[in-house]
Design a protein around this ligand. Structure first.
Ligand code: FAD
Length: 419
C-alpha cells in the first residue's frame, strides 16, 4: 500500500481521501484552511448535483459577446479590464473551445460519465460519514418565461438528450402546482428528476474529512508548495513548513492548483471563475425544488441556513477584492423569482459569499497522471460542476493509485491537451 498525500480538502480532496482509505492506503490530507470552510468553492456553491450539467460555458457565437462582458461590470459574466492581460491564455482558448455544436457535444460526451449517478454516489459517501440526510434526490426545475425561451436553448437540451438526460415538461398549470412559490412570469418548466442536491456542501465536506480522519487519515494544516521528485519518482510534497514524505500525491487544490501542476510538469491555463452567493435566512417562501431560472443565470435552493442564490461569473483572478454589488444583483433577482421574499429584509438575515470555481478553458477538469512524474495525479479544474463530479473523481483517483483501469476513457482530461 502507498502513502498518498491529498493536497486540498474541498469536495475533490475529501472524496479522494475516502476512496484511497477504502483501498487501504495511508492518507495525509494537506489543507491550510478549515475542511469545507469558506475559502473553498465546495463551501458556497449552488448545492446542485446535476448529471444534466454536461454543457460547458463556452458556446457558439461567444466571441460576439466578449465586448459586452468587458462593458458591463454587473452582468452575469464579466471580465475586469485590469485582469485581461493575465486572463488572455485562458480566454484565447475559452472562446474557441465551444465555437461549434460538435465541440460542445464532444465536451458533453466527456463530462457525462463524470457526472452520471452523482446524487446516488454522493448519497453513499454521505451515508458512510453519517450525514446521508444532506443529499436529496428529488429533481431540479429549470424555469422559463415560456416554451419559446426553452426552445431558444434547443442546442443545449438536444445535446443533453443525446447524452441520455430525461425530463418532464411542465406547462403553466403543472408548474404552478409543483412550485407555487415561483413568480407567475414563469409559464413553462423542465423537471430533471435524476438531478439532486447537497443541502449543505460545507457541512458535507467537513463531515467527509472528519470521517476520513476517523478512518486513519492524517490532516495536516499546511500549504503545499511543490514536490521533491528524484529519479522520476515522488519522494515528498514540499509545504510551507517543510516536507511530507509520500509515494503518491493528488493535486486537488481547486483554483489554486496551477502552480502545483506546473511543479509536476504541466502548464495548465487554469483560471478562477469567481462566483457569488446570497443566503436569505427565513426568506418568507418555501420552494419545494431547487430552481434554475433561465432569465437569471443563477441557482436557487433551500439550505439549512436559508434560501441560497448562487451564480455570476467574474473573471478577475484570485487576489482581487470581492465586488459585493454582484451579490446585490443576485438578491434583487431573487425577488423576481420568488415574489414572496420581503422587500425590507433586515441586513442580518442576508449573508453574502464569494468563491473560486477552478476553471479550464474547455470546461473539462484535469484528471490523470502529471507529465513530469506519474506519481503525481491531477484532480482539479472542475469549474461549474465540481460538487457533482467530486464523488466520481475520488473513485477515479483511487483507481489510478491502485493501478486499476478507470471506468471510462481519461484522455479528454489529460493536462497535456494544453501543451
Ligand atoms: C457560486 C458557485 C456556484 C456553484 N454551483 C455548483 C453547483 O450547483 N453544482 C456543482 O457541481 N458545482 C458548483 N460549483 C462548482 C464547485 O463548487 C467547484 O467546482 C468545486 O467545489 C471544486 O472543488 P475542489 O475540491 O476542486 O476545490 P475547492 O472546494 O476550492 O477546494 C480546494 C481546497 O484546496 C485548498 N488549497 C488551496 N491551495 C492549497 C495548497 N497550496 N495546499 C493545500 N491546500 C490548498 C483550499 O484551501 C481549499 O480548501 C459552483 C461554484 C461556485 C463558486
Amino acid at each position: 500500500m502507498a502513502c498518498v498525500a491529498v493536497i486540498g480538502a474541498g469536495i475533490v480532496g475529501a472524496a479522494s481521501a475516502l476512496e484511497l482509505l477504502r483501498d487501504g492506503h495511508d492518507v495525509v490530507i494537506i489543507e491550510p484552511g478549515e475542511p469545507g470552510g469558506e475559502q473553498a468553492a465546495s463551501y458556497g456553491n449552488g448545492t446542485l448535483l446535476n448529471p444534466s450539467s454536461v454543457i460547458p460555458m463556452s458556446s457558439p457565437g461567444l466571441w460576439k459577446k466578449v465586448p459586452g462582458y468587458l462593458a458591463d461590470p454587473l452582468g452575469p459574466l464579466t471580465i475586469r479590464w485590469s485582469y485581461l492581460p493575465r486572463l488572455w491564455p485562458w480566454l484565447r482558448r475559452f472562446v474557441p473551445a465551444g465555437s461549434t455544436r460538435e465541440k460542445v457535444a464532444a465536451t458533453a460526451r466527456a463530462l457525462k460519465p463524470l457526472l452520471a449517478d452523482a446524487p446516488e454516489r454522493h448519497r453513499r459517501l454521505a451515508d458512510e460519514a453519517g450525514v446521508g440526510a444532506l443529499i436529496t434526490r428529488g429533481g431540479v426545475l429549470f424555469a422559463f418565461p415560456d416554451r419559446a425561451a426553452f426552445e431558444a436553448e434547443g442546442m443545449a437540451w438536444g445535446i443533453r438528450r443525446e447524452n441520455g438526460i430525461k425530463w418532464l415538461e411542465l406547462d403553466e398549470d403543472a408548474l404552478r402546482q409543483q412550485e407555487p412559490a415561483l413568480d407567475r412570469r414563469y409559464k413553462f418548466a423542465i423537471l430533471v428528476e435524476e438531478n439532486g442536491q447537497c443541502r449543505d456542501p460545507g457541512a458535507y465536506v467537513a463531515a467527509l474529512v472528519r470521517h476520513a480522519v476517523a478512518q486513519g487519515a492524517t490532516l495536516r494544516r499546511d500549504r503545499a508548495t511543490g514536490f521533491r521528485i528524484e529519479g522520476g519518482r515522488l519522494k515528498a510534497v514540499r509545504t510551507a513548513t517543510g516536507e511530507i514524505a509520500c509515494d503518491k500525491a493528488v493535486i486537488a487544490a481547486g483554483a489554486w492548483s496551477k502552480v502545483l501542476a506546473a511543479a509536476a510538469g504541466d502548464r495548465v491555463p487554469l483560471e478562477t471563475e469567481r462566483g457569488y452567493h446570497v443566503t436569505i435566512a427565513e426568506p418568507g417562501v418555501e420552494p419545494r425544488y431547487p430552481v434554475m431560472p433561465s432569465d437569471g443565470k443563477m441557482g436557487c435552493a433551500m439550505t439549512p441556513q436559508g434560501l441560497r442564490l448562487g451564480g455570476q461569473v467574474e473573471l478577475a483572478g484570485l487576489e482581487a477584492e470581492p465586488n459585493w454589488q454582484r451579490a446585490d444583483v443576485l438578491l434583487k433577482f431573487a425577488r423576481k423569482v420568488y415574489p414572496g421574499i420581503p422587500a425590507d429584509l433586515p441586513a442580518e438575515r442576508v449573508k453574502v459569499w464569494m468563491g473560486h470555481r477552478p476553471s479550464t478553458p474547455d470546461g473539462l477538469p484535469c484528471l490523470g497522471p502529471a507529465s513530469g512524474c506519474a506519481d503525481v495525479l491531477h484532480a482539479f479544474g472542475h469549474g461549474h460542476v465540481g460538487l457533482t463530479a467530486g464523488a466520481t473523481t475520488g473513485q477515479v483517483v483511487a483507481d489510478l493509485v491502485a493501478g486499476r483501469r478507470p471506468p471510462f476513457d481519461l484522455s479528454p482530461y489529460a493536462a497535456s491537451r494544453f501543451a
